[in-house]
Design a protein around this ligand. Structure first.
Ligand code: KIV
Length: 264
């Protein structure tokens, strides 16, 4: 497959073809995923939980993200690499520029930041400096202590309206992509239709422009032994990991995943 760029992703949205995104933290998985047809590899700060064993993403540092982004870049065969700016590394636009410079030099094609409409000045400043930005909305794990737990967001009307307004403000500020986590499917559909940029979902139903999962979840690997409601274990019925990855890509492209039982 030719190298995936923002132009490719925008065309997929325009053509109504689903975008497949998956986390990877090392060269081997980056290679397997890009060969399987994953278009966007997310070097997620979820690595703090699934690799480092923390109970949240808060301990992850920019140095950690640089190390894993470099590893992913070496194994990648053409996917678009998005890397998370970790907790407290983009508290001001200037700090966001310094942190993003490190991730882009390590091989990221885009950074992802978590928050809401108040990030608009940070987005504009990053884009002006050559850094494409995805904004992660809804359940934002870096603010788990403010949210009071990992809960579905946007169930109340006022919260839902605020999310729609934030999405439009962030697109106007220059965001090239949005990611919605754990929001009701009807709200995710409305946001996806209301912006021109691609919207990737996790726990946001099948109406978003693309899907993302944490690769450990997709492979049924979990320290607690439990998987979130929005996850499907693609190892079930697959003879090996590359087949499970291909089955995930096919299921997203055919709009068979997520199914109604994975939605809120
Ligand atoms: O860090 C991560 O893996 C993420 C996904 C859960 C979307 O942000």
């Amino acid at each position: 497959m030719p190298d995936v760029t923002l132009t490719t992703l925008n065309k997929l949205k325009q053509n109504g073809e689903k975008i497949v995104c998956l986390t990877a933290y090392d060269a081997t998985f980056a290679h397997l995923e890009s060969q399987a047809g994953v278009e966007v590899i997310l070097v997620g700060d979820s690595l703090g939980m699934v690799l480092q064993g923390h109970d949240s993403t808060l301990p992850v540092t920019v140095e950690d993200m640089v190390y894993h982004t470099r590893s992913v870049r070496r194994g990648n065969a053409g996917a678009f690499i998005m890397a998370d700016l970790p907790f407290m590394s983009y508290a001001t636009p200037d700090q966001a520029i310094q942190s993003s410079a490190q991730l882009m030099r390590a091989g990221a094609h885009m950074v992802k930041i978590e928050g809401a409409g108040w990030l608009a000045p940070t987005v504009t400043s990053l884009v002006r400096n050559g850094v494409p930005v995805c904004v992660h909305l809804g359940l934002t794990p870096q603010t788990v202590n403010v949210l009071g737990g990992y809960k579905v967001q946007g169930r109340e009307e006022a919260q839902a309206r605020a999310l729609v307004d934030d999405a439009s403000a962030l697109e106007a500020a220059g965001a090239s992509m949005l990611l919605l986590e754990c929001v009701p499917s009807a709200l995710a559909d409305e946001i996806t239709r209301s912006v021109r940029v691609p919207v990737i979902g996790i726990g946001a139903g099948s109406g978003t422009d693309g899907q993302v999962l944490v690769v450990h979840d997709l492979l049924g690997l979990s320290i607690s032994g439990r998987l979130p409601k929005f996850v499907k274990n693609f190892m079930i019925g697959a003879p090996d990991v590359p087949s499970a990855l291909r089955n995930y890509v096919d299921a997203v492209k055919r709009v068979e995943f997520p199914a109604p039982e994975h939605e809120f």
